[in-house]
Ligand binder design. Structure first.
Ligand SMILES: Nc1ncnc2c1ncn2[C@@H]1O[C@H](COP(=O)(O)OP(=O)(O)OP(=O)(O)O)[C@@H](O)[C@H]1O
Ligand SMILES: [Mg+2]
Length: 310
């Protein structure tokens, strides 16, 4: 097991931040750690990385207990903290060499160049960190996290505030890194975990409310149905859509578009194809509604605030 967290609790003064949190992450997994603001994500990551002691509970990383084997466990971990604090008046190479020396690495120069190459910093590596855009600072953060070749990477909101191009590149980079390492990353974005994480842990108010393979998330917690958005090239009768097996509800969206709620047990896509063919129409678009993911997230992270739902 790469990361083992059992029964961890933490409070700041009177305020509980984590309550008996347990989970484990196997070697080679990319796990998404999802939750609303203040849920306890950063607190949990600081505890795993040894920056903050838990009030109770145990954490081990690659078999080393963080309380009794702190030094050994830290060597196994690379950490990109929230807000990515960097020495901004240092040059990129200077900073990475400084970190490499802190770890006591040999062949510092060579290692720095390897990291610059890995994270795609070559074009910007001659600059001071303060001169870099946010996406490139994030790459410096990833490079410093990986410079000692740790087995486990803990990344606290690695893609926050990036433009769509940088976002895609950093996600690709994390997926590439994840082929060799165990990765735990936090995010607020359900679509992000869907794009890159094999498993998702959702935390709310300091407690784990879901821990499952990401592919199962869509059908979790919020009912037994899903939504499909379909757009035909011409008019279709609402009654015909309602007749398809498994269809629970239909609503018109746009000119020839429909949002169809379907029971989980049914896949109506072949029947939609037949319906279109019968009417000599084409299907211009067909996709699951992304709102479904948002609904799952809301359901899991709002229920405890709503006494009506217990
Ligand atoms: N140093 C601190 N002193 C007091 N309270 C703190 C401190 N750090 C965190 N907290 C509180 O602990 C709770 C969890 O905070 P944490 O930063 O772990 O949440 P988070 O899930 O990372 O949130 P975000 O998505 O906003 O980054 C919050 O209620 C926060 O106010
Ligand atoms: Mg945080």
């Amino acid at each position: 097991m790469s990361i083992l967290v059992s029964d961890v609790s933490k409070r700041y003064g009177a305020q509980p931040a984590l309550s008996q949190v347990s989970f484990s992450i196997r070697k080679g997994e990319i796990v998404g750690f999802l939750g609303p603001n203040g849920a306890g994500k950063s607190t949990m990551m600081k505890i795993i990385t040894g920056y903050l002691p838990p009030a109770s509970g145990q954490v081990s990383v690659c078999g080393f207990d963080i309380a009794t084997d702190g030094l050994a466990s830290r060597r196994k971990i690379g950490y990109l903290p929230e807000h990515n604090p960097l020495y901004t008046d240092m040059y990129v190479r200077e900073y990475l060499a400084f970190i490499a020396e802190l770890y006591g690495l040999n062949r510092v120069r060579q290692r720095v160049e390897e990291m610059i190459d890995t994270v795609g910093l070559t074009q910007e590596a001659h600059k001071k960190i303060e001169e870099l855009s946010k996406g490139y600072r994030q790459r410096v953060g990833l490079a410093q996290a990986m410079i000692h070749d740790p087995e486990v990477l803990i990344l606290d909101e690695p893609t926050s505030g990036l433009d769509p191009n940088q976002l895609a590149e950093i996600r690709d980079l994390i997926v590439r890194i994840g082929q060799e390492k165990t990765v735990m990353l936090s995010t607020h974005i359900m679509q992000e975990v869907e794009a890159i994480c094999s498993r998702t842990i959702i935390i709310n108010k300091g407690q784990v409310v879901a821990d499952r393979p990401t592919t199962e998330l869509r059908t979790f917690g919020a009912g037994d149905s899903y939504e499909l958005n379909v757009e035909f090239s011409g008019p279709v009768n609402q009654a015909q859509l309602l007749q398809l097996t498994g269809v629970l509800h239909v609503r018109a969206t746009g000119t020839h578009g429909w949002t169809i709620e379907v029971s989980n047990a049914h896949d109506i896509r072949p029947e939609l194809g037949r319906l279109a063919a019968e009417r000599s129409l084409n299907i211009l678009a067909l996709a699951r509604s992304e709102h479904r993911l948002e609904a799952v997230f809301k359901e899991l992270t709002n229920s405890r605030q709503n006494p009506a739902r217990g």
